[in-house]
Every structure is written in C-alpha cells, then in structure tokens.
Design a protein around this ligand. Structure first.
Ligand code: AMP
Length: 401
C-alpha cells in the first residue's frame, strides 16, 4: 500500500517522498483514511510508530480540500502536546509535510518569551501546536481565537494527564466550537484516559498498533544487576567497551542527571543533560548537538525526554528504573523507531527489584537479567525502599519538569 492510495494529494506526496518514506507505517495505514473521513479517532500508539505523520498528513489534506490561500488565516486546527520538545517536533513535522501547502503554524509553549508568540498569532495562523499552560495564558490575554477550530488533536494524552494538565485541557475544550473533529493519541490507556476519551470523542474509531501496554517488539531489552554505588562506573564501562556512538541515558532526578553528566565528562565521555531546570535554549541546543552527533551521550529525566525524536537511536540506558512503570515503555520507545532495531539496558540495584517486577507485569514479559564480570552485586547489601515522587499531583501551570 502506498501513500497515494490512502487519499493524499500531490503536495503532500511530494513532501513525503522527499523524506524518503516508501510506505506508510501501520498506524498511518489505519489512521489516515479514517481521519480523512472526518471521524473522531482514539489511537493507541507510541512514539516511533510514525504517529505524528499519521495525524499531520490527513489534517493537512483536509485543510487543503477546504481552505485555499487566505489573506489572513484563522486558527483551524489545534494540536496539544505535553512538553515543549514534543510541540517543537510536531511543528517541525507540520512544516516538513506541509512544505508545498500554504498553511501557517504557530508553536506555543512556556519557558520562552510570550511576545513573539503573540505577534505570530496576530499575523494569522492556520495551525496552533501548543502545550496547555502557555496556551491558556494566551487565551486569557485574548491573543488567540479558537472559535473556529475544526480539528483538535491531543498528542500523548496520557502524559498530559500524568503532568496534571487535565484542568487546563478542560478549560481549553470549553472555548472550542462543539462541531469539530477530535483525535486522541495515547501510548497507554488508564481509566483516566478512557474517561477523557468518553467525554471528548463522538463514536470514535479505535486504532491500535502496538498492543496496549506492551513493549515495542524490535527492542532488545536487558537488565544488568549492579550495586547502586557502582552504576556510574558500569555506564562508563558499557559506553567504552561497546564503543557506543549515540546513547540516551535516563535518570530519575534532575540532580542525578547533572551528576552523571559531570562524571561522564570527567571520563572524557562528552555528554549533555536535559531536564526542566535547564533553559529552553540549553535544552534545544543539547538536543540539536545530540542529533547531529556533536554530543554522543544525552542524559535526560523522563519528562524532559518526552517526545524526543531521533531517527535510529540504537541504545537507551536506564541508569535508574522509573517509579511509574509506564515510563519504562515510553523510555525504551525512544529506540528501535520506525522499524529499526534498538537495545535498551537497565541498570538495576537491589532497591529497584520491586520497580522491575511492576514493569515486567505491565509489559507482560520477563526481561533477561545479567551480571557483568567485575560488577557483580555485593550480596551483603540490603534493599532500601525508594522514595517515590508523586507524579500524579497536579502541577502548577508552566511548572518545569
Ligand atoms: P513518530 O512516531 O511520529 O515519533 O515518528 C517516528 C519516526 O518515524 C520519525 O523520525 C519519522 O520521521 C519516521 N517516519 C514516520 N513515518 C514514516 C514512514 N512512513 N516511513 C519511514 N519513516 C517514517
């Protein structure tokens, strides 16, 4: 099946072929025709499946069937994302696929100046891609008019709820016109997501590509058992002995990310850290350096890494397991994307065995455990409970992660 048979027209087909995509991915095959029929969609798809093109392409097609070049456009589509990085990446997709179409986009997120965003909106845009907090600020300032929205897309809705955005989302929904198309994308389906879907979607078409809450199959997963105090040494050992060229490392905390990055740098393994305490500029630069290969190692916290899109990222290391099992699925979803194989290793100390059990329950699979010679755990060490951060507590708007 080609993109042509899915009902996309020439300007989009041209942009797709310039990207080098030969065939649509499973989510694209299923989602594009349904969205083109203007139906509501509930889609279970992780990053790496091609989901962004799955909603961006038909959205652009629908706009092009209805709206031609207008002098001053009004906002016709709203895409909400949990993080700034994801908003920026979705915007890049819209611009890439919409290269031969006349539509204008605005990316709206916090942590950067609001005035350029206001100026952009004032000139008129067709598509707004936004994180909820900053969008609400702009709505309060009457800088954005959402009364003519034809299509609403919630991307990574599960993460938006995790980040406490439900109230903000409801406030935004309240000002949208009733008659519109709604698309909800989520990697996991908690009861909360189902509740949101029920209230938002009109007889949606359900699309699921990877079985819910299971791990992307192409990713080889391994657990290395190691003592907490020897993890940094082991990371250095893994990077050096495997001659890793591009590796994304997850830590549980911002402090942990900084500390690990500093230690790696001291060992001549040049790394950058991204987390919510870094300025938007620093995060964007770190990501760009990592993508270009200037920096080979990126250390990230869960939320900061959300939506990071790197083609063919071969290796993910979980320096620490996440407290929330779903985050494991999100983390390892950074590798093995769009059909490429990847490897995800987790360094697990005795304190984390309970977290590992919960992850294995969620993914309905046991992850092979190994010990590395010279890094065998000291059996005399007793487990200590891990302090849980409460990820489900609603955060204040614009609070950084
Ligand atoms: P996403 O799941 O939207 O984050 O996309 C994951 C990656 O797959 C992105 O780097 C896209 O550029 C790439 N991609 C999307 N659609 C296709 C396709 N049909 N063929 C090959 N790669 C694709």
């Amino acid at each position: 099946m080609s993109f042509k048979t899915l009902g996309l027209s020439q300007p989009l087909l041209r942009a797709i072929s310039e990207q080098g995509y030969l065939n649509p991915t499973p989510i694209q095959k299923q989602a594009i025709p349904v969205i083109l029929e203007k139906k509501d969609v509930l889609a279970g798809a992780q990053t790496g499946t091609g989901k962004t093109a799955g909603f961006t392409l038909p959205l652009l097609e629908l706009l092009s069937q209805k709206h031609h070049n207008q002098k001053k456009p009004h906002v016709k589509a709203l895409i909400l994302t949990p993080t700034r990085e994801l908003a920026a990446q979705v915007a890049l997709s819209v611009e890439t696929y919409g290269k031969y179409l006349p539509y204008k986009t605005a990316v709206i997120f916090g942590g950067v100046g609001i005035n350029p965003q206001i100026a952009k909106l004032r000139k008129g845009v067709d598509i707004v891609i936004a994180t909820p907090g900053r969008l609400l600020d702009l709505m309060e300032q009457k800088a954005v008019n959402l009364s003519q929205i034809e299509c609403l897309i919630l991307d990574e809705a599960d993460r938006m709820l995790d980040m406490g955005f439900i109230r903000d989302i409801k406030k935004i929904l309240a000002v949208l016109p009733k008659n519109r198309q709604n698309l909800l994308f989520s990697a996991t389906f908690s009861d909360e997501i189902k509740k949101l879907a029920n209230s938002l979607l009109n007889t949606p078409t359900l699309i699921e590509v990877a079985k819910k809450n299971t791990t992307v199959e192409k990713i080889e997963q391994l657990v290395y058992q190691v003592d907490k105090k020897r993890k940094i040494e082991l990371v250095i050992h893994l990077i050096k002995t495997n001659k890793l060229k591009q590796v994304l490392i997850f830590t549980r905390t911002k402090h942990g990310a900084n500390k690990l990055s500093e230690k790696l740098n001291k060992s001549n393994l040049i790394s950058a850290a991204i987390h919510g305490n870094k300025s938007q500029g620093a995060r964007t630069k770190a990501l760009a350096d990592f993508k270009s290969g200037a920096v080979k190692i990126l250390v990230a916290t869960d939320i900061a890494a959300r939506g990071i899109d790197i083609d063919r990222l071969p290796y993910v290391i979980n320096f620490e397991l996440p407290n929330v099992p779903e985050d494991y699925v999100h983390r390892i979803g950074r590798t093995g994307r769009a059909g490429y194989e990847g490897e995800a290793v987790s360094l697990v100390c005795i304190d984390e065995l309970e977290l590992l059990k919960n992850i294995e329950k969620l993914i309905k699979n046991k992850i092979p455990k190994m010990e590395i010679k010279g890094f065998e755990p000291d059996l005399s060490i007793k487990a200590e409970p891990i302090q849980k951060q409460n990820r489900h507590r609603p955060k204040k708007r614009n609070q950084k992660s």
